[in-house]
Write a protein that binds this ligand. Structure first.
Ligand SMILES: [Zn+2]
Length: 187
């Protein structure tokens, strides 16, 4: 009990209040960076807001904890064109590098804005990458690039495919896990 009281106190001290004319009711959100945001249609009294937050404290706590296990990547909207350029430069340079090591050849590289996919490889050897690879750490971006390159030889996720990936990215499992925990959101 005491612990949940303390958690509640922390939430009470840490939420952001937004007033939005478009909101129809009081709303709660936990952002990927664990920020708690309360949106109200108009300025409610502090008491009403606090009662609302307190009522949903266990939901908030659960989502805050989940957010903490994620790696939040903040992307300012204005930086998207620059990220696209950087993604193309990065993918081109690393594809050239790794394809030489593997003795693989590819057609063309395209940078795409995709919601859920990091990259893809087509049967005719075209590679495409999400521009958000430019917002990732170098090891994660390289894992994605090597993953798609290896599909040029193995169009599947068989052990043979993973062995191929492991030749240049021995810690690929760690990269996969990390990548699953990445949550990108736009400012
Ligand atoms: Zn794959």
């Amino acid at each position: 009990m005491e612990q949940s009281a303390r958690a509640l106190e922390k939430i009470m001290g840490g939420y952001t209040l937004r007033v939005s004319a478009r909101a129809r009711t009081m709303r709660l959100a936990v952002y990927p960076d664990a920020r708690v945001v309360v949106t109200t249609p108009r300025l409610f009294g502090q008491g009403a807001i606090e009662r609302f937050v307190a009522k949903h404290s266990s939901w908030i706590q659960r989502h805050v904890e989940k957010a903490h296990t994620r790696t939040a990547l903040r992307v300012p909207r204005g930086s998207i064109p620059r990220l696209k350029q950087r993604a193309l430069a990065l993918a081109s340079a690393r594809c050239e590098h790794f394809s030489r090591i593997y003795g693989l050849s590819y057609n063309k590289i395209t940078i795409r804005a995709q919601k859920t996919r990091w990259g893809s490889c087509s049967r005719n050897g075209d590679l495409s990458f999400n521009y958000k690879i430019a917002a990732l750490s170098q090891p994660l971006a390289e894992y994605i690039i090597v993953h798609e390159l290896c599909h040029l030889r193995e169009m599947n996720h068989s052990q043979r495919f993973w062995d191929l990936v492991a030749r240049t990215i021995p810690a690929y499992q760690k990269a996969r896990t990390e990548l699953r925990s990445v949550a990108i959101f736009f400012d």
